[in-house]
Design a binder for this molecule. Structure first.
Ligand SMILES: Nc1ncnc2c1ncn2[C@@H]1O[C@H](COP(=O)(O)OP(=O)(O)OP(=O)(O)O)[C@@H](O)[C@H]1O
Length: 256
């Protein structure tokens, strides 16, 4: 089966700052993969490189295609970090979710019944029906996050890339998002989530890519990847020995 993502020798630098160094990884289809590491370890840079949103070294294939081809074919949907969004833009939740269908609409972008149904379904899945007509800027952080996950769901892409989908969301929202991601995986879709700590990771993901200082420290199933030694190496000494026993280690910033 074609891999969801194949990255070879991926590297990113911002001027003098090297954010990602020679990352070679395969992300399988039909799995939830966690890209895990402390703040500044290169997770967002890796996502940006995979989507070719930043200049990078190395090569990327998404479902056997170049990132540009995959994006144009609507195979990949992404949920940005909250900070990357202009919240003053005057659009409703429904407008935001509808943009997930743009790749399927004609030039005039007039949604058909099937598009409206997909939008309604995604809004409902994320528990946002009562907020559908509200301006996106007038939502809480967790509600905004859910709106962007709903947009990705409405897109009905083969691969979802989510940057910190649980950041700033309450347990109810986290449970709602988790359930949706599992349902997608069960339908054969591939999901990559970026996570800056270990809370819930072992329970949610099939494979972990552990990043440290812009390099891939280890990848594999949580049981063999999130060992006490590797957790200590990636998150620093004194971090919890068991990710499941004590979920949220306080990560410190990392400058490669
Ligand atoms: N636009 C930029 N210009 C300069 N340096 C940057 C830029 N974006 C990121 N960096 C640096 O690149 C490194 C990796 O950052 P990146 O955002 O990829 O890490 P991250 O693991 O996603 O962090 P976080 O968990 O805080 O989102 C950091 O040292 C960061 O300071």
């Amino acid at each position: 089966m074609t891999d969801a993502i194949v990255a070879e020798g991926l590297g990113v630098r911002y001027g003098e700052v090297r954010a990602l160094t020679e990352v070679t990884a395969r992300i399988r289809t039909g799995e939830i993969t966690g890209l895990v590491g402390v703040n500044g370890s290169g997770k967002s840079s890796m996502l940006a490189a995979v989507l070719e949103r930043v200049p990078h070294e190395g090569t990327v294939r998404i479902l056997g295609r170049t990132p540009k081809q995959a994006r144009r074919a609507g195979l990949v949907a992404s949920v940005p970090q909250a900070e990357a969004v202009d919240w003053d833009f005057p659009v409703t939740v429904r407008d935001v979710v509808t943009t997930g269908r743009y790749g399927r609409l004609g030039l005039l972008r007039i949604p058909r019944a099937a598009d409206r149904a997909a939008v309604d379904e995604a809004i409902d899945l994320l528990g946002l029906t009562h907020l559908a007509e509200r301006q996106i800027g007038a939502l809480s952080g967790g509600q905004r996050k859910r709106a962007f996950v709903a947009r990705a769901i409405a897109q009905d892409a083969e691969l979802l890339l989510l940057d910190e989908p649980f950041a700033g969301v309450d347990r109810t929202s986290e449970a709602a998002i988790t359930e949706v991601l599992r349902a997608l995986r069960d339908r054969g879709r591939s999901v990559v989530i970026v996570h800056h700590d270990l809370s819930g990771v072992a329970e949610l993901v099939d494979t972990v890519l552990l990043l440290q200082r812009g390099r891939l420290l280890h990848s594999g199933p949580p049981a063999t990847t999130l060992t006490p030694e590797r957790i200590a190496e990636a998150f620093g000494a004194g971090r919890p020995r068991d990710a499941r026993a004590e979920p949220r280690p306080t990560a410190t910033d990392e400058e490669p």
